[in-house]
Design a protein around this ligand. Structure first.
Ligand code: ZN
Length: 291
């Protein structure tokens, strides 16, 4: 699932092909839960609009349009936002990839999973939003209107301070791992980065969130910012279907200390990494390094 770093990497690449361009045409698939705004309305609202800026709030991308309205984009589980001309066999599902000829896998043409295509008046590539499982979301937000999906988000994880984290954890009795994944507490942290940050901060994943001391919150906030920034510089993690908008893979997953390393020796102390389930999510930690 794309997490904050993947969404930020996507933002930086998509910004270049979206900002300053005027929408000439919009193609969509038929009405579905992918569209929070019905496709027909979306097409009507977007044509003629120019994007002024592309911002990120947690795992959401928000295109600021020239009439003050906004376009909200969320990658969901398997969403891929990319420019025409991106080349990667990862753009195709594993199932379909196996049946494709190498020539076919080289380029990409919009298929039944490409729910949104934006064409522009200025020269340059089209923008595609493809999502095999359709847990991604697209919504148009009128000028001056709020949106519940943005309103309920907590502090952006890339900018969180120790004091903000300490304040947010005060009334939470749930394990710190679960609370870090709660987007209303901290926007943008997902499973990989929660495990990695807790390892770097030397904090055991099962500890009740409200028991963390201020100095531990400082360590944890610094660790969260560090793992997210590092992942952004590495292009995110390519696990499952995530690809960068240019079609290349991220590389952060090869650097994980604990995530996906159950049974393997801790890189710091050689103790085997433990894998447990907390709140329905697989959780990895070092029983020696993390207290
Ligand atoms: Zn260790």
């Amino acid at each position: 699932m794309p997490e904050l770093p993947e969404v930020e990497v996507t933002r930086r690449q998509i910004e270049k092909i979206l900002v300053g361009r005027t929408v000439l045409g919009v193609d969509t698939t038929k009405k579905s839960y992918f569209f929070l705004t019905p496709p027909a309305e979306l097409r009507a609202r977007l044509v003629g609009r120019q994007t002024k800026a592309l911002t990120r709030v947690g795992k959401y991308l928000v295109a600021e349009l020239d009439d003050g309205s906004r376009l909200l984009l969320h990658l969901g589980m398997t969403g891929q936002l990319f420019a025409a001309g991106a080349r990667s066999p990862r753009l195709l599902s594993a199932e379909r990839r196996a049946t494709l000829s190498p020539e076919r896998a080289q380029g990409f043409e919009p298929d039944q999973h490409t729910h949104l295509v934006m064409r522009f008046a200025e020269p340059g590539p089209n923008l595609y939003f493809r999502d095999v499982r359709k847990f991604g979301k697209v919504a148009w937000i009128a000028r001056g209107e709020a949106h519940e999906r943005l309103d309920k988000l907590g502090v952006d994880a890339l900018r969180v301070s120790g004091a903000e984290l300490y304040a947010a954890l005060r009334r939470r009795a749930a394990p710190i791992k679960s609370v870090l994944l709660d987007q209303s507490v901290l926007a943008g942290v997902g499973n990989i980065y929660a495990d990695e940050a807790l390892f770097l901060a030397k904090i055991r994943s099962k500890r009740p969130a409200k028991r963390l001391r201020p100095e531990e919150c400082e360590r944890l906030a610094a660790a969260i910012r560090r793992v997210l920034r590092r992942s952004i510089t590495r292009g995110g993690s390519s696990i499952d279907d995530y690809v960068r908008p240019d079609g290349s893979d991220g590389a952060y997953q090869t650097e994980c200390h604990v995530y996906g390393r159950g049974g393997e020796p801790c890189r710091a102390c050689k103790t085997p990494i433990k894998r447990i389930v907390i709140g329905g999510r697989s959780t990895h930690y070092c029983p020696t390094c993390q207290k």
